[in-house]
Structure formats: C-alpha cells, structure tokens
Ligand binder design. Sequence first.
Ligand code: IMP
Length: 418
Amino acid sequence: MNKNITVVIGAQWGDEGKGKWVDHFAKDSDFIIRFQGGNNAGHTLYINGTKLVLHQIPSGILHDEKICALGAGVVMNPYALKEEIEKVRSIRPVTPKELAVSAKAHVITPWHIWLDIQFEKSRAFLGTTKRGIGPTYQDKAARSGLRVSQYIDDEFRLGWIQHMTASIPEFSQCLKEDEKGWQQFHEAAATLRPYVSGVETNLRKHIKENKKILIEGAQGTLLDVSYGTYPFVTSSSTIAGGAAASLGIPPKYISHTVGIAKAYITRVGEGPMPTEINDSVSEEIARKGSEFGASTGRPRRVGWFDAVAMRYAQEINGFDYIILNKLDILCGLAELKIATHYEHPTLGVLEEFPDNAQILAEVKPRYISLPGFSSIKDISGQNLSKELKTFIEAIEEHSQIKVGLIGVGSGRDDFIRL
Ligand code: IMP
C-alpha cells in the first residue's frame, strides 16, 4: 500500500500559515493537490524576501518538476485562476504540465458572487469573504451547479446561462449589474481549457506508482461545514477525513496527517472565539504578525492559544503532529496564556469543545499563565530557551498533541525541528 500520502490541515480557524508548510513539504513530493475551498483562501509565501499570495493554485507550484492540481472538491473562480496563473508565470513557468484542474470541480460564476453579496447584505452576520463560495457549494449540492468540464464547453456554458435566466428572475439583474464579471468569466474559459483533465485518474495512477502525494487543505478545522462553529463556518469539509471524500481516494491510503497551528489564535469574520482579546497585547500581536486576511485584507481577531479547541481538532483529524507557527511574534511579551478549559454560567467547567456555537459564545476561558520568552535570538539556534520550551511543552500537554516543528519567521528556512 502507498505510504506516501500526507495531508496538511489547518488546525484552528484558518490563516495558520499553511502556505509556507505546503511549500516546504512540496519539495519532497511528486503531486500536490488542493482538496476543497476556493479563492476564499490566501496562502502566503515569502520566497527570497518576495511575498506571493496564492488563492487557488497549491503552494507547491514554485518547485520544479511537480504537478499541482485542484481536485474535485474545489470550487474554482476561472478569471481569478487565470490571473493567478499569470502572476505565478512572472516567477516560473506554469503550463498544463505543472498545473491541472479537475473536470469535476465546480465553478464559481459571477452569479454565485452576486448571491453571496446579497446574502451578506440581508443576513449580515456571517462575514463571508464574498467570493461566492457558499452559493457555489449550495448549487453543487442542489445539482444545479456548473462543473469545470461543462464550463469549458462553450455551448454548455451558454446553455446553462440561458437556463438560469429563464428559471431565476434575479439572474438577469446579475447579468446586467456585473457585465464586466461575466465578460471575464467567458474570457477565462479558453485560457483554462488546456489545464482541465481527469485529475483524479492521474492521482490514482500516481498512488499505484507509489509516488509522493501532498494534499493541501484550505481554511481550518473550526471552519468545517459540519464540525466547525456552525453557522460561522465555510461551506466545505476542511478536515482530514474530507480530503479522501473530496479527492475520491481510499481513506486508508492517507499515511500522514499534519496540523498547522499558530502559537496564538486568530479568526476573520464573525462567530464565537472564547480566547479573543482586545487590548494592547492583541494590538501588538496583530501588528507584529500582520494579522490581516490574505484574501480580503480584513483585520483578524486575535486571542490566546486555545488548547480546548486544539484537543477537539486533534480528536477530529488525528494529527501525527502539529507545526506551531509564528512563535517569533510572541517574543517580548511578559506573560503568555493558554486556555485549558472553558467555564459556562450554567454548565460549569467544560473540558470539551461545545457542539453548539451558542454555548461556545457563552463560555469564558480558564487560563494557565506562563512567563514570556524575551528575544528571537534565544530561538534562532537549536538551543531553545527555558521559557520557550515550557510554553511548547504546556501546549503539548494541554492539547494532548505533539509539536513537531516550530515556525520562527516568514521565510522558507525560518523554522526549528523539535
Ligand atoms: P466563506 O468561505 O467566504 O463563505 O466565509 C465563511 C467564513 O469562513 C467567514 O468567517 C470567513 O472569514 C471564513 N474564511 C473563509 N476562508 C478563510 C480563510 O482562508 N482563512 C480564514 N477564514 C476564512
């Protein structure tokens, strides 16, 4: 059996720094495939000091002789993908040899973006990225969506638009209001056509040939449509189990599951976040950590590391280990906190992450307090300072998880293997 399939999953509410690690693991992989989400994601890479944000293309694209693919569980924005291909092309070649798009993936049309914007106006409580993600998955489940194979077929695409115009009164309004978006939508079809293939057939072939496969997740465990803080979630399955279903591979083939987490926690958009802080410490973390959404630029909410949420993420995903990112950002803080339990006004002390977002909104975290570590110099070598070791060990103990690597800067080589 192939023992070479690794899946990389966000362990918190997204934005954990997955891009850097997918890039890291990609150098030893043959085939890198994204399994869900769309251009709501923003995976940031710093290559020789240059920042590159990828939204749809897997973060392995910067390595030579790799195949990067968007799998069937993805929702793809065609014009945004065309632009992203052009952006990456300014750094390295991107041809159908390097990039493949599943014919089974679903297409985000201007209609889905229009709907997302309308939904946000009318219910105004989710704080989505307004990239059309929810409406596209909605149409997929309702069996009225547009698959990539159908999108690149000019006749089918035009027929779909005709059908939608005839059956949904607001569709014509969207056609009129977003003429430019529709023009770009049509324009991208010719560019993307050569990239579209039976990605899953190739994936299965690579598995049989014992090639090294890297599966890239987007968003994070707490944004999973079933296991996240519903309804404040995205519309796909973001967890490790979702990877097998989204790519059509036997779950038993996934040999390694790696969780990516930050040494603190952030969240973009609405929804409960028990360890959120709003003081000079959160301001300092947000400033030093550039905590702004990579896709929307929205400021991220900041909080202390939440071991209750991490225990939950571990139970759901079964991580072999986590990579703890952005420890450098906490340098210089006098005191560090980790939430080990929650306290609820009527339910008492909670050890487990509540199933219900309403209960989560009512809890107060119970913290342990730890001494801060004073400078990055202490951790740039292999000798970790006593305070930093204590912090990592406390995360391991209270999250019941192993920390395998730590991220200490944004560059490719800014990490320490523990
Ligand atoms: P949607 O995925 O655009 O529908 O947004 C649903 C929720 O997921 C909102 O709270 C978004 O802010 C959040 N979200 C979506 N994508 C990401 C991401 O890549 N990082 C962090 N949060 C995200």
